[in-house]
Design a protein around this ligand. Sequence first.
Ligand SMILES: Nc1ncnc2c1ncn2[C@@H]1O[C@H](COP(=O)(O)OP(=O)(O)OP(=O)(O)O)[C@@H](O)[C@H]1O
Ligand SMILES: [Mg+2]
Length: 512
Amino acid sequence: MRTGHSPPLVSMSGVDKIFFGMYANKGVDFDLESGEVHALLGENGAGKTTLMNILAGIYSPDAGTIYAGGREVSFRSPRDAISAGIGMVHQHFMLAPVLTVWENMILGQDGVPFVLDRRRTVSQIKELSERYALSVDPEARVTSLSIGEQQRVEILKMLYRGTKVLILDEPTSVLTPQEARDFFAAVRMMTAAGHGIVLISHKIDEILSAAGRMTVLRRGERVGTIAARDADKETLAEMMVGRALRHFPKRRAEAPGPPVLSCRGINLKGGGDSKPLSDVTFELREKEILGVAGVAGNSQGELCEVLAGIRRADSGEMILRERSVAGLGAREFIELGISYIPIDRKGVGLVPNMNLCENVALKRYWRKPAAYGKVLIDWEYIAALTGELVGSYGVQTLSLESPVRLLSGGNLQKLMLARELSGSPSVILAMHPVWGLDVGAAEFVHERLTEERDRGAGVLLVSEDLDELLDMSDRIMVMSRGRIMGVIERPDAVSKEWIGLMMAGVPAEKAV
Ligand SMILES: Nc1ncnc2c1ncn2[C@@H]1O[C@H](COP(=O)(O)OP(=O)(O)OP(=O)(O)O)[C@@H](O)[C@H]1O
Ligand SMILES: [Mg+2]
């Protein structure tokens, strides 16, 4: 795609980055042409985000050179990188939630006049959003936006600042399939307009269909860069892990047990930033994985929060092993053996400034064997447990005392899964458990969920990935607008289209 003699938009050569004596990047070369999508892949912790943080001016490299538009550059801040035409949208978004879209656009910009020209900014945003099919309401507050909309705001913010190079760190791991299609349509318009895009992703299928070239990192080093025509799934997977992947055969439940959690007529009014639940009635049985299919934002999060005791339903009954639990607090739900893997990894999930041990202790510090006496925590026990979890889930960390904010995105996710799946829970509420995990780690987590089921747990698996649900679930419950549209008893006997209709709000009887 090189046109004439024009240099690449950016190139990096021999880049090193060292954290506490460990190489996160070592001698890495990377470049990006105008009009191309260059994918960056590798296992969790391979150094993808670090390399792009360097290109975006967040970190300075310990060695190596960076060129933008053919000239050597050295960035002291993201602002410097943006001035050189390079912008990044992060794995975890960084918008100010209480401000509006247009206010976020100009926030932190140089040379913003004292009196803000709201009308001009709004019309510029509208123009950009039409040109690149990134629809968003400039006057909306960020808190009211879906994840897909927030991402469009982040991308528009970079385009508004005139960046030619857009670095997108796992943009689709948080999108619904429909949103992902729209996203790639916008990507095509950006490349057609001459932008260059770095796409970090764990989804090999989408990389193969969207990227022109792909670079694989392993343990901080570049394994190779190949053109799309030379790439296939197996080659890329082998480049990432250094060996062929092993596949776990998926197994169905032998025979599900009695209900472990029964819900009858659960209602939640919704309003504000929460969606309603209407008359939700279902049973989760021991030894089963009950998949929950639905388009994002159809109250799956609210349902899990009610089931985890974080949110209180307005009415309805919840029975856990013959005991009514509606009205109990979140801590009692934990004690009753309900584990929760939320969407919001940093927040309800993990506390970024606490270290690994403290995060593991969060859910059990008040009970045996972690606690002795009334107030003392057995840190030796916690450290041993954390060490064991880190080992079996392959969480990459410098030490158990590092704050978890230093972990890579996927390693953070592995730590939360390790904590929630330990201690023999009776109910596991898992929202998108494999988001952000590399292929190997995703397989491992699926295997762990299957083991927990076979041990006796009831697993509620919320996902928008129908293939994952069909692969993993013993039964599938379909949700639309806070209602249960039906439960599919034999997932292997139905078509995806049928489930799709139910997800769109057509009740099971009519969808046949
Ligand atoms: N600020 C930091 N301080 C210390 N270590 C860090 C810091 N940032 C990253 N690391 C370490 O560098 C390594 C590479 O991390 P990076 O975030 O680049 O991985 P990644 O390839 O993006 O992984 P993932 O797919 O999980 O997002 C990890 O082991 C991580 O813990
Ligand atoms: Mg990352």
